[in-house]
Design a protein around this ligand. Structure first.
Ligand code: SF4
Length: 461
């Protein structure tokens, strides 16, 4: 499961590009394939974007050329790898009749295909394949005069997930879709607003978290003033992505007004209550299994150890081993410590099981390292449905839990026992209610209708 994007924006700061660079650096986990920054000095925009990690895309020299006091930045993960077009790298920057505009988008629109077809029939020409370009065309094509009105014209036509930063030469605007799928936080640095997908970006630059951009809110910053508007659409069910807590967000972030660390630890505690096991050690599958393992250990009294060590320097460019070397795959990422595991009954905690193949390799690896028993515990419910709101998931038929019972999955991954956190337990651990969250990948209750063409397109990937 992969996140699609991270966004960052800053207003009225002489070092806008540098701070955006640092913000993107902190948000690197949300997208590792390309990065970009657009900056304005109030009259003219400059930008730089390329494939690669933030630290390799931007050099001192490149940042120095990005002069201006307002900036937005974007980290992107794309599904089509190196063959992805450079035109899909964000921020998208365009010039049109009324000036320049840059846009950075996190999320997926479920009606992008339909809107794109309509726009193309009306003569629009697209450079890339992103949903975000659809938003740009809708803004540009609006007949309204004022930029905010043009933007609203576009927003009311969008269905799906969008945490959006839009910059003109005079304005910085932060928008969160009415469902609130993806996080978007507002902070303050030296008296000026900053925006980021997660608060870990504020911590790095010394900004203070102020509040979340609310679902359906437009925050406009212009002439040093901040104004809030609503997207004028019918009220919809709040649907914040609960999977952000399970896996995507950094544990040191605060999203949806909660500490990710605390929620994740609570997942582990609930898991220990729901699926207790007689064991000698609790070990995490790093990194996202670490915090729930601490919760599990504290609740159960079973000691916590790091029995698996992760190599952090494995990129997506890693060439897959030949068939006969297959098992090397998971060992490149994770290495067991036999001295910790030998002769022990182990509870191993992971965030999710997608296809089951990695979990099976981990179980085998632990046994080979000497574990006497391996009990797998998962800090989320079985993932049965694909996501259409900005997370790259396999199709339904590739998700093992969509066609196998927990007992069957347990047999497949060759564990001594398997237990998943319940949906109820997961929601309770957030301290909130089902009314606040999207839980569609667990229960198939999509907060909005997914057009068959979108399902078909996802299956073709
Ligand atoms: S389907 Fe799952 S991953 Fe996608 S937004 Fe909903 S909870 Fe998040």
């Amino acid at each position: 499961m992969k996140e699609f994007c991270g966004v960052f924006g800053i207003y009225n700061n002489p070092n806008a590009a540098y701070y955006t660079y640092l913000g993107l650096y902190a948000l690197q986990h949300r997208g590792q394939e390309s990065a970009g920054i657009a900056v304005t000095d109030g009259k003219r925009m400059t930008y730089y974007r390329d494939f690669g990690l933030v630290s390799s895309v931007f050099t001192e020299e490149k940042l120095q050329k990005l002069t201006g006091h307002v900036a937005i930045g974007h980290n992107r993960y794309s599904t089509s790898g190196a063959s992805d077009s450079p035109d899909n790298i964000q921020p998208i920057v365009v010039s049109y009749k009324y000036g320049q505009m840059a846009i950075a988008h996190n999320g997926n629109l479920v009606n992008a295909l339909e809107l794109r077809e309509q726009l193309e029939e009306e003569g629009s020409i697209f450079r890339g394949t992103t949903d975000s370009e659809v938003i740009v065309h809708l803004i540009v094509k609006s007949k309204r005069k004022k930029f905010l009105e043009k933007l609203i014209d576009a927003l009311v036509r969008l269905k799906g997930a969008y945490s959006l930063l839009v910059m003109t030469n005079k304005k910085l605007i932060a928008i969160r879709d009415p469902w609130g799928f993806r996080p978007l936080c507002m902070g303050e640095l030296d008296g000026s607003p900053v925006f980021a997908s997660e608060t870990c970006a504020f911590d790095l630059i010394g900004a203070k978290y102020v509040r979340d951009v609310e679902p359906g809110e437009i925050v406009l910053v212009e002439n040093g003033e901040l104004k809030s508007f609503r997207i004028p659409v019918e009220k919809v069910k709040k649907s914040q992505c609960i999977f952000e807590f399970v896996y995507f967000a950094r544990p040191d972030s605060k999203i949806f007004k909660r500490s990710v660390y605390e929620v994740r630890k609570e997942f582990g505690k609930k898991l220990a209550q729901e699926h207790p096991v007689d064991a000698d050690l609790v070990i995490p599958v790093p990194d996202s299994g670490i915090v729930p393992s601490l919760g599990f250990s504290q609740e159960s009294g079973i000691p916590f150890e790091m029995g698996l060590i992760r190599n952090h320097y494995v990129g997506r460019t890693f060439i897959k081993p030949q068939q006969k070397m297959r098992d090397i795959g998971v060992k490149v990422k994770l290495n067991p410590i036999p001295e910790i595991l030998k002769g022990k009954r182990i509870v191993v905690i992971d965030d999710s099981i997608v296809r089951g193949t990695t979990s099976r390799k981990i179980v085998r690896m632990l046994r080979e390292a000497g574990a006497k028993e391996v009990h797998m515990r998962i800090s989320s419910p079985p993932t049965k449905w694909p996501c259409y709101f900005g997370i790259d998931t396999p199709t339904k038929d590739q998700l093992i839990a969509s066609s196998h019972s927990v007992e069957e999955i347990c047999r497949y991954i060759e564990a001594d026992s398997l237990g998943y956190l319940s949906l109820k337990g997961m929601v309770e651990a957030t301290g909130g209610s089902l009314e606040e969250f999207c839980t569609a990948c667990f229960d198939g209750r999509y907060p909005l209708e997914i057009p068959p063409s979108v399902v078909k397109q996802a299956e073709k990937k």
